[in-house]
Ligand binder design. Sequence first.
Ligand code: HEM
Length: 430
Amino acid sequence: MFRMFSDLSAFRHDTLGFFESHYNQAQTPLVKLNLGPSPVYLVADPDLIKPIFKATEADIDKGRLIYKLREVIGLNSLTMSGQAHRERRAAIHQHMAKGIATSYVPEISAMIREFIIKASKDKCFDAHAITAPIALRAICDVIFGRGTLTSQDIAALLNAVELVEDDVADKIFRAIPDWPWIALRKKKKLAAGRAIMGHVIDKASRKSTRSSLIQSLQDLGLRGEALRDEILLIIMAGHHTTGSVAAWLLYHIGLDADLAARLAKEAQCICDDEGEIIPEKLNKQASLSRTVANEALRLYPSSYWMSREVLRPIELGNTHLKSGTSLIICPWAMQRSSQHYNVPETFRTDRSYVSKSFIPFGLGPRACVGMGLAMLELQIIALEFASNFEFTSVSPVPAPNPKPSVTLVPPRLMLSVKLRDHKSQTQNAA
Ligand code: HEM
């Protein structure tokens, strides 16, 4: 009986270390984890990723660990399957597909510049305190239409997400139910978060523009609770993920003056005479900012683990898996393993990301639907910050690991900046 739970305490104590050590010491492609009464395996062989992620829904699907989240974030694209999932995914995809995401470039650049002005006044800032609101503003503009939300609405949404997210993370591997008073406290917190969210969403829906994502979801017939659950997911999936990676990206640019200078040069090459990024060039001629984004995603994959459940008995990695078996895929462990990357803990810009072991956005029919938008945001943040600022100090060095919650939450990463000479001349002239 106790053996079933024997890994639970190590997992809870140091989740990232737990996954890393099991991955690196694996003797078999699938490693059994004792995290509860049902069988759970960590996938320790990148060759198994594709068969798992591309299996039919009838064989391998999201499953138990993710379905538990329905109690917290309801039914939405992440927690449902089948036709309903495909329809919602298609509606979101319409607004996020590669070519379409590029159309947001001018808006995202303009919005990032507002934060750059603030950072240039503050001179010293916590990276995540800047990148999280940038990511939130970007996703809200896509969902509701540009400028629909006021800054008070955005602050309220941030507060609502914070109220919900730690409980989301806790829910998944909780084998034993909470004490009744803790369950009640969590329920109240969740209700408060959802109420704030509901209020903002209802208000924004009334003002949203015809071409916004919320309208596409309403066209699918989503209303009330169902609409709120989908929006809550998109905000959670699209904001902390990108915001966290972006904070690390700025941290590493801040540590390397030569990299910052090279990015500033890349920005010059892809901008027009007015200094505006030419969207098409961002895709094709901005390889350094793309690499920097990929390297930040390799070292700090915000979705640090994903899970699936076997629905029909199958053979995988020389193991017979019965139905009900959970499979955990851990980009954090895989993308930091010396089996796949040289000096894996070092931030470098000479790596290739065409690799089975690089899966920050997942793979197959459930891969991240916001990947195009996220990459765009990361690239623009890298280019705009590097072309505006010299980073005069960065702390702490080295940085502690992020906190594993629903996504990886970065520690305080303090950056001191000064405007590059040509930028301060422009600002003075203005
Ligand atoms: C750096 C940023 C991001 C990372 C690392 C990331 C990562 C991921 C991963 C790994 C998955 C797949 C989960 C699985 O297979 O179980 C996923 C799914 C998803 N992501 Fe992202 N994501 C990011 C940004 C975004 C953005 C900006 C959006 C905005 C729309 C978004 C929306 C979603 C949605 C709706 C799903 C569920 C897709 C489905 O099940 O069909 N993500 N994300």
